[in-house]
Design a protein around this ligand. Structure first.
Ligand SMILES: CC(=O)N[C@H]1[C@@H](OP(=O)(O)OP(=O)(O)OC[C@H]2O[C@@H](n3ccc(=O)[nH]c3=O)[C@H](O)[C@@H]2O)O[C@H](CO)[C@@H](O)[C@@H]1O
Ligand SMILES: C=C(OP(=O)(O)O)C(=O)O
Length: 419
């Protein structure tokens, strides 16, 4: 398994170009299954999760063709309805094949994704929503087997938990259903708005994406189109936090600040200097005292859970003490024991991490447990004294495009060791 070897104690300075958003690209690429035509996607990040998606779409019969960061997908050749365990186990988001396959072909068999290091992550809302639209669903032998006689039927669907994935799966299915679907208590993430934009360009009739009530008037068919994936707000946030922790100055290009408001507010509270334009964010921390900030994760537009681990690392380096409360996932603190191995003064109690003043951080051998946990260990390794070895970096490769190259270009001493 590959490792990152980091020599700590460097600052970070320069420019970084942000890639397309993983969490927008994944549902959008699965949405291409809804059409028998070709769609062209621009600004697609080159990530392991995107490779997994491409493998799954190809397995279903879709034709995928890359040119740099442009991916063409032709759904006209799709002739399978089974998403097998071997691929789904590599990436939970594979469950997003369920809604599109069922809506277009009347049947889908998708392996249950199961939990992961951050929590149990059930898919009951995906299943019950599709049942409300007329599907018969059996969970058997580890697979979700969904069938509908004819088209799915539009329905009012209230979700008692705000779920990004369930909102996406049901919005995609409803796009081809017969009649009106109303999703209440829908997730409001920018990635949902991006998915709705793609679907509407295909000919869907979706109103209200970005609010907690989404109305979808189903249509009979959807055509292909071109769509540019929005910039990755979590990658942007990760580089801004990295610069703040390293007392550096970094300009993030190809980004979008409106989707990052809660993160930018916390960076300001941490005493960072920020300059924002329509497509860039500059952070300067030189000569400024980094202050610890209280964080509570919430569904969008609250503070994103996908930035929680990075801010835990920031608090370790900052002056003062602060708390980090995780409300979305029940087990998203696996980075804490690893940060403690580097000297971090953190106490965990239930879903809250108490971050006190840390005297000094020293490099250590640490283990990445999930995507954002890995990022927090890399960021801490960059400012710790001595060498940090981060194991199991396949987690990082799921969601960050060439992170070691981007960080090296900013002055970090980080190398990938192939094992
Ligand atoms: C590929 C992608 O976009 N991943 C993001 C997506 O994951 P994902 O879509 O899996 O996350 P959800 O928004 O669905 O999960 C939120 C909460 O709802 C619960 N839940 C979810 C579905 C369900 O049927 N039943 C249920 O109880 C989950 O266990 C969790 O506690 O949103 C998360 C929350 O912002 C992010 O951390 C992930 O990066
Ligand atoms: C948790 C994440 O992704 P996924 O839902 O794909 O596991 C993430 O992007 O931080």
């Amino acid at each position: 398994m590959d490792q990152f070897i980091i020599q700590g104690g460097t600052s970070l300075a320069g420019e970084v170009t942000i890639s397309g958003a993983k969490n927008a690209a994944l549902p959008i690429l699965f949405a291409s299954l809804l059409s028998a035509n070709k769609s062209t996607f621009l600004n697609v990040p080159r990530l392991r999760d995107i490779q997994t998606t491409e493998a799954l779409l190809s397995q279903l019969g879709a034709t995928c063709l890359w040119r740099d960061d442009v991916l063409e997908i032709d759904g006209g050749t799709v002739d399978q309805i089974v998403a097998p365990y071997e691929l789904v186990k590599q990436m939970r988001a594979s469950v997003l094949a369920l809604g599109p396959l069922l809506a277009r072909f009347g049947e889908a068999k998708v392996s249950l994704p199961g939990g992961c290091a951050i929590g149990a992550r059930p898919v009951d809302l995906h299943i019950s929503g599709l049942e409300k639209m007329g599907a018969t669903i059996n969970v058997e032998n580890g697979y979700i087997h969904a069938i509908v006689n004819g088209r799915l039927k539009g329905a009012p669907i209230f979700m008692d938990t705000v779920s990004v994935g369930a909102t996406e799966n049901l919005m995609m299915a409803a796009a081809l259903a017969d009649g009106l679907t109303i999703l209440e208590n829908a997730a409001r993430e920018p990635e949902i708005v991006d998915l709705a934009m793609y679907l509407n360009n295909m000919g869907a009739k979706i109103r209200g994406a970005g609010t907690d009530r989404i109305e979808i008037e189903g249509v009979e068919t959807l055509k292909g189109c071109e769509h540019k994936i929005l910039p990755d707000r979590i990658e942007t946030g990760t580089f801004l936090v990295a610069a703040a922790m390293a007392q550096g100055h970094v300009l993030c290009r190809n980004t979008e600040h409106l989707s990052l408001e809660p993160v930018l507010e916390k960076l300001k509270a941490a005493n960072a200097y920020l300059e924002i334009t329509a497509d860039s964010i500059y952070l300067d921390m030189r000569g400024r005292e980094l202050k610890a900030v209280n964080i509570k994760t919430m569904p969008h537009p609250g503070f994103p859970t996908d930035m929680q681990a990075q801010f835990t690392a920031l608090n370790v380096v900052a002056n003062g003490s602060a708390t980090i409360t995780e409300t979305i996932f029940e087990n998203r603190f696996m980075h804490v024991p690893e940060l403690q191995r580097m000297g971090a003064n953190i106490r965990l109690e239930g879903n809250t991490a108490y971050c006190g003043e840390t005297k000094s951080l020293s490099g250590a051998q640490v283990m990445a447990t999930d995507l954002r946990a890995s990022a927090s260990l890399i960021l801490t390794g960059i400012i710790a004294k001595g060498e940090t070895v981060v194991d199991r970096i396949y987690h990082v490769d799921r969601g960050y495009q060439r992170i070691e190259d981007k960080l090296s270009a900013l002055g970090a001493n980080i190398k990938r060791k192939k094992n």
